[in-house]
Design a protein around this ligand. Sequence first.
Ligand code: RB5
Length: 149
Amino acid sequence: MIIIGSDHGGLALKKTLHSYLRRRDCGVTDAGTDNDASVDYPDFGQKVAEAVVSGTAELGILICGTGIGMSIAANKIPGIRAALVTDVFMARMAKEHNNANILVLGGRVLDEQKACDLVGAWLDATFEGGRHQARLDKITALEQKYSSP
Ligand code: RB5
């Protein structure tokens, strides 16, 4: 199951991606927002990130205006590897090398087709493990080193 969330800046693209994921027969949960009212992206980043870390969702997608705020917020949650991507190569690498469990997109940056292509490239890719897992282990060690006692 994939959980998808956005702020007002990502709402339109969230609707597009929700339909795209359903066409791909992916189970999708919508974490909001669901209207144009101005909201704070960390609230939705937290919702999606916590669902992924807890295992309620396998993967997450977050969208704000640029994707920058959502990626900063989601990456504060230990265990989250949120990747902000703008092209297909980055989207594929986000899975193959970084095993990103959240893909982050900018709703005011991407057109609909490009965004669907990015999500598709990420979903279709496979984590390569090996030396890349060793690097992810170092990120986990950093999380542990700097987490509150
Ligand atoms: C909201 O106006 C905007 O700041 C937000 O969607 C996002 O782009 C932040 O990084």
